[in-house]
Every structure is written in C-alpha cells, then in structure tokens.
Design a protein around this ligand. Structure first.
Ligand code: GAR
Length: 204
C-alpha cells in the first residue's frame, strides 16, 4: 500500500480554507492527511478548528524570537518530525525566509485572493475593489522568496459586476477559493504537478 501523503497547513486567522481542506481529506476529495497546523497567533479561530478536527497544532509567538529565521528553524524541525510532503499556506500572513522556502522548494504552495501578478500583498480584494477592475480572482502558486511571486499553478477569474459590493466580492472570492484550493492540493497528492522554471503543468 502506498504511504499516506502528509500535509502541513500554515494559517493565521479564520481558517475557512483550512476547514475546507480538512473536510476534503475526510470526504476523499484529497487523498492525503493533514498532520499539522502551524499558526502564529494563539487566539486565531483556526487553532480551535484544528483542535476540533483532532489535528496537532504548532502555535508560536513571533515576538518571542529575535528574528524570523529562529522560529522558522523550529518550524522546520517540526515539519521534519511529522514527515511533511507538502506545505500549504492558507491565509498565513507572514513572509517566509530561505530557512523554510529552500527546504520546501516545489513543495510549498500559497493561495492569494487576486489574479497575480495584479494586487500582491495585503488586502488584495480591497485593492482590486478600489482599483475598479472588472475581473479579479484567485491564484494558487508555488512559494519562492518574494511576496506572492512564485510560479503560478492555477487561477480562477471572478467578475466584479455593477451590483457587487466589497462584501459580495469577498464572498465570491472565498467561494472560488474553496473550489480551487482542494483541487490543486489533490493534484500534489496524486503527484500530477510538473514544474519547469515558471511553467507549471498538471499531468491529467
Ligand atoms: C484567504 O482569502 C486567502 O486567500 C488570503 O487570506 C484569506 C484567509 O482566509 N491570503 C492572503 O491574502 C495571502 N496573501 P481563511 O483564514 O478564512 O482561510
């Protein structure tokens, strides 16, 4: 029997994407196990979600460390202990250093709520709304050393219509995320992803 594909999710806040991924592993949409939540905020609702799902969490306080590399070394040790195959960033609001990025090159992904390279960084939905674009969307990409700059794996467009508000746009974006992210993670679990430089293809 093939061994289970092991995932760690990093998140900082609500964890609605985390929840969707947990459910997708439970209902078979993703053939893998989430073995760890990594969170930088003890009081984030995502920690409670992990507890409820019986998933181990590694919660740390970034302020307790002199520099990012120090806590990332501890996270790296935890990921190794758990024999993690894929790191999935789901609303993890911190830039990563080479300590983690170099260890998980090609095995670390992020979801961002815009069609990159438009609107990187914080509050991407608000940025797109303020700019007045007619089409925005979501991007799943490999993580590299930059801010939302890694090779694109998949994107989904979301239209902004006259009748939309910022709130309705947020809802549409979050709904799109819940469709796309489990699908992309399932491709990794099935080892369908092929990377050549910035060109990522899915062998279906
Ligand atoms: C998601 O919309 C995700 O795309 C975004 O944070 C939200 C987390 O929601 N990530 C970024 O903006 C990363 N730059 P969640 O905690 O409910 O999953």
């Amino acid at each position: 029997m093939a061994s289970t594909f092991r995932i760690a999710v990093f998140a900082s806040g609500q964890g609605s994407n985390f929840q969707t991924l947990v459910e997708a592993t439970q209902n078979g949409r993703i053939d893998a196990e989430i073995v760890l939540l990594v969170c930088d905020k003890a009081k984030a609702p995502v920690v409670e979600r992990a507890n409820k799902a019986g998933i181990d969490s590694y919660v740390f306080d970034p302020k307790a460390y002199a520099k990012r590399e120090d806590y990332e070394l501890e996270i790296a040790a935890e990921l190794e202990r758990k024999q993690v195959d894929l790191v999935v960033l789901a609303g993890y609001m911190r830039l990563l250093t080479p300590v983690l990025v170099d260890r998980y090159t090609g095995r670390m992904i992020n979801i961002h709520p815009s069609l990159l390279p438009a609107f990187p960084g914080k509050d991407a939905i608000g940025q797109a709304w303020e700019y007045g674009v007619k089409t925005t969307g979501i991007t799943v990409h490999l993580v590299d050393g930059g801010m939302d700059t890694g090779a694109v794996i998949a994107q989904k467009a979301v239209e902004i219509r006259n009748e939309d508000s910022l709130e309705s746009l947020e809802e549409k974006i979050h709904a799109a995320e819940k469709e796309l992210y489990p699908e992309v993670v399932s491709w990794f679990a099935k080892e369908l992803i092929h990377v050549e430089g910035r060109k990522v293809s899915v062998m279906q």
